[in-house]
Structure formats: C-alpha cells, structure tokens
Design a protein around this ligand. Structure first.
Ligand code: ADP
Ligand code: ZN
Ligand code: MG
Length: 485
C-alpha cells in the first residue's frame, strides 16, 4: 500500500443464530428442507397474524454482548425495515434501530507482529433474515422463503481497523466467540456468518475519515481479506489520479478477484424504518442478565489459560489448540486416553491441522477419532512402536480408517525391543562396516549416525532407537578400550 495513506475499516457481521425455530413463529430453521416448506402465515406476513418473540434470540444476543464487553440494554425495541424485494414476502424485515439489545463493547485481537489491538463494537442487534433467490437452475429466478424469519444477530464494529489483516483477525475472533458460545456455527462458506466491509482511505495523520464504500458478498475469510486490499488500492488510485470517492455498495466477485458496483436497482433499498407495532419492548432485568452470565460457557481466553496450566502446555500450544473450539474439544478427547499431553499437542498441531488445512476438511469430518490418536500415542510411549513408525502409521489411519493397533498387527510393525536381537544386528553392522569403524576409532565420532542409519534400514525402522543407541555406544567404546590397552 502507498504509505502516504491509511485505510479505515468497519465491519458489519451477520451471524445466523442456532435456534431451532424462527425468530417470531414456530417454523423450523432447519437447513436443507424442501424449498418453501418451513413457512407459516406469520413468516409469510399474511394479514392479521401476530409475531411472537423467540426468547432464545435475546438470550443468545446477550451472550454475545457479554462475551464482547458490551453494555446490555435494559430496554430494547423492534423496528420494521421496509423495502420491496422478491425475497421478502412481508415487505419488511423486523430489525432493531434506535434501541438495540447491546450497546458499546470491544474485543482484543492478536496481530502477526505480536501486538494486540482493541477494536470497538458499536452495537449488537437482532434482525430476521430474508429469503433466497436462486438464479442458476435454468429457470428465470426461483424464490425459496425458508430462511425468512430465521434469526440473525448483527454485530457492528467501530471504524477501528486499519488493515485487511486487522479485519481478518477481528472476524476470526467473532467466529471463535460465536462457536464457543454455541450460538452460531460460524460457517462463512455456507452463509451462517456473513460480513460486509466498509472501507475508506485517508492521508496519514488526517483527522477526518474519507468517504466509505461498502463491499458485500465475500463468502470466505480469504475473500474478505482480498476484497479489502483490492478496495484500499483502488481508492488510493482514484485519489492519486485526482478523482473523488463516491459512496457505493460493491459486490465482490471471487472468480475475477474484483469488486463491482451493485446494480443501482439493487442498491436502491431506501430503508424506511418505523417502530414495530406488533411487538412489545424487550426488558432485560438484572436477574435475567446474571442468570445468562452465570451459565456462560468457558470462553477462549479462559480455556487457553486452563489448558496451558492443567496440561503444562507452552502458551503457544494452548493458543493454537484453543483457536477453534472443535479442535480444543478434539485435543481434550485425545488426552482422555493418554497422559502424554505434549506429544498429543504436537500431533494435533502439526499432523492433524496440516491434513485439515491441506484438504480444507472440518475437524468433525476428520477420519481419525480422537481416542484412536490417543491409542497411537500410547503405543509409542509404551514402546510398542517407534515414533518413526507412528508417523508412517498415521497416514494409513487417515486413509484406511483403521486403528493403529490393527495396522501394527497387519503390517508387522512391532518395535524390536529385544536387546539380544538388536545386539545381533549391531554386531553384524559393525562387522560389515570396517572402514567406518576405523574412522570412529580415529576420533571421527560423527559416523555414529551412519551406524544407526544402517541398523534402522535393516530393521525397516522398527528397532527401538534408544536400545540401538545404547548398544552401539557400548560396543564401540569396548572396541576403543581394546585398542588403547
Ligand atoms: P451507514 O449508516 O452507512 O450504515 P454506519 O455509520 O451505520 O453507516 O456504519 C456502518 C459501518 O461502517 C460501521 O461498521 C462503521 O464502523 C463503518 N464506518 C463508518 N464510517 C466509516 C468510514 N468513513 N470508513 C470506514 N468505515 C466506516
Ligand atoms: Zn413461520
Ligand atoms: Mg448502518
């Protein structure tokens, strides 16, 4: 980025709440049901019906507010956000405008240069979702209104972020929190977490913000980062060319790596908010708030500290393992069968996260059960197999979905820990390698590794490395003493 300029970024994040029924009716929120089957007169906005608020919507939003240091408003009210669009049979969305459930708060994010940054949250309010238009089925356009009335929570940030990285970290933190709170699955690819990015640039040191543009339609974390960087560069270019930025809504095109202005017809949502006459204000008294606070699940920061202390893990390990709740859960399942905490951590951090990242797999779809990884680790620590063999077995576990103990038997991979047997192999190796033995006796002790390598090769990696080292050392020292005497 041209370093005359500074970017200013604020995010509006919509999180689909994991309630079983919709926000104002009893319809199911289940994903994947037949189109237009999760509907009733209320979510379709037929005349004469009345919405009834789902208490869970408020409870979940308060949870998020508490986890992000927000003030919880004692009183909040609903508003109608009116616009006409085919995905909205009611002609309005029930939302909140002047009095949201949560007021100001903040979260702290870690950046790659090891600094921390606090990012302000302006408000968190609830909103109901609209339906979905389907354009790619060979018909003109299809409408599925199953999603109408599904509860969303909108988290609006202050314009506190100064780079795409900060925005990325902020969004990751939001995802981490909703997953820990179990109020949203946090899946951006499937649209249960959506993010609109507001971006402007200004000369470094300027007091006023520049004119912002809003980018929508980024359905992955990487796309959010890319879209923001794209927009920052473009705005700087426009200003450098003597132009001015006009307020606009843009749609990110992930295939072309570019953001395009929305068609003006789509952008022309001239929202008219007015108070929702069919719903009473929500009153959150102290008692309800403390109740929710008391049953708040363990949050990432606490879990990190607890795991680091209880399992004597380095801070780095604890941080990485708790980044995602399902990973932390997996780790704690592994160590429910083995006491080798640090070895377990190494396996999860490297071997498992590597496979997950490479294959873009979710831990819940990972083929090796946590308990089976625990068993593998136990096989190493009780000497049944060597660490080297374990590294060979693991990919087989992933592909063939078999337990380690089964693979060990099938492939005859038992570690050779019989001292007599190893001694025999050591002797053979030394006899075969007369010139290397000479070198060793001449003081070139580096050839020690050569002997180990030969023995491992001959035993296909199955010799117990500790025993090999001990016996080799013994034999070679004995030879040395024979000469010097
Ligand atoms: P609007 O009324 O256009 O929706 P808001 O004031 O509600 O604007 O802000 C929407 C989002 O845009 C917030 O996340 C806010 O932090 C961010 N924002 C506001 N002004 C700017 C700006 N000049 N540059 C970047 N982001 C901004
Ligand atoms: Zn309904
Ligand atoms: Mg706004």
């Amino acid at each position: 980025m041209n370093d005359k300029y500074e970017a200013v970024i604020g995010l509006e994040v919509h999180a689909q709440l994991l309630t079983e029924s919709k926000a104002f009716c009893g319809c199911s929120t289940k994903f994947g049901n037949a189109p237009n089957s999760n509907v009733c007169p209320i979510c379709l906005g037929h005349p004469g019906v009345l919405p009834v608020l789902n208490k869970k919507v408020i409870e979940y939003t308060i949870k998020m507010g508490l986890a992000t240091n927000c003030t919880i408003n004692q009183r909040s009210t609903f508003a109608r956000k009116n616009y006409f669009y085919p995905d909205l049979p009611k002609g309005y969305q029930i939302s909140q405008y002047e009095e949201p459930i949560c007021g100001k708060g903040h979260i702290t994010v870690n950046l790659s240069d090891s600094t921390e940054k606090r990012i302000g949250i302006t408000r968190i309010h609830m909103e109901e979702d609209a339906g979905k238009l389907i354009h790619d089925q060979g018909f003109e356009t299809l409408v599925d209104v199953n999603r109408c009335g599904v509860p969303l929570m909108e988290i609006v940030s202050e314009p506190d972020m100064r780079s795409a990285e900060e925005a990325y970290q902020y969004l990751s933190k939001i995802k981490q929190l909703v997953q820990y709170l179990e109020i949203c699955d946090g899946n951006m690819e499937e649209g249960s977490l959506r993010c609109d990015a507001n971006v402007s640039v200004r000369l470094k040191g300027a007091k006023e913000f520049g004119i912002k543009r809003e980018i929508k339609n980024m359905n992955s974390f990487r796309n959010v980062e890319r879209a923001i960087n794209f927009e920052i560069e473009r705005q700087i270019e426009i200003i450098e060319d003597g132009g001015t930025i006009t307020q606009q809504t843009l749609l990110w095109d992930a295939d072309l790596n570019e953001a395009f202005p929305m068609r003006s017809k789509e952008e022309a949502h001239d929202y008219k908010y007015f108070p929702e006459p069919d719903l009473l204000p929500v009153i959150v008294d102290e008692k309800w708030k403390t109740e929710i606070e008391r049953y708040l699940p363990e949050l990432p920061e606490n879990r990190k500290n607890r795991m680091s202390v209880t399992y004597k893990l380095p801070k780095y390990d604890a941080e990485l393992l708790t980044q995602s709740k399902p990973i932390a859960d997996y780790y704690e399942k592994v160590i429910s069968v083995t006491d080798d905490y640090k070895t377990a951590s190494n396996w999860v951090m490297t071997d498992i996260l590597k496979v997950l990242n490479e294959g873009k797999i979710d831990i819940k779809d990972f083929p090796v059960a946590a308990e089976d990884l625990g068993e593998l680790i136990n096989l190493i620590s009780d000497g049944t197999i060597s660490g080297k063999i374990a590294k060979e077995i693991f990919p087989v576990m992933v592909v063939e979905k078999k337990k380690a103990s089964v693979i060990v038997k099938e492939k005859n991979l038992l570690q050779i820990s019989d001292a007599g047997e190893i001694e025999k192999i050591v002797n053979q190796t030394l006899e075969k390698s007369t010139s290397e033995v000479e070198m060793y006796l001449d003081g070139k002790e580096k050839v020690f590794g050569f002997f180990v390598g030969q023995i491992m090769k001959q035993t296909q990696g199955k010799a117990n490395p500790k025993l090999v080292n001990e016996l080799l050392r013994e034999k070679l020292e004995a030879l040395k003493n024979k000469i010097t005497k």
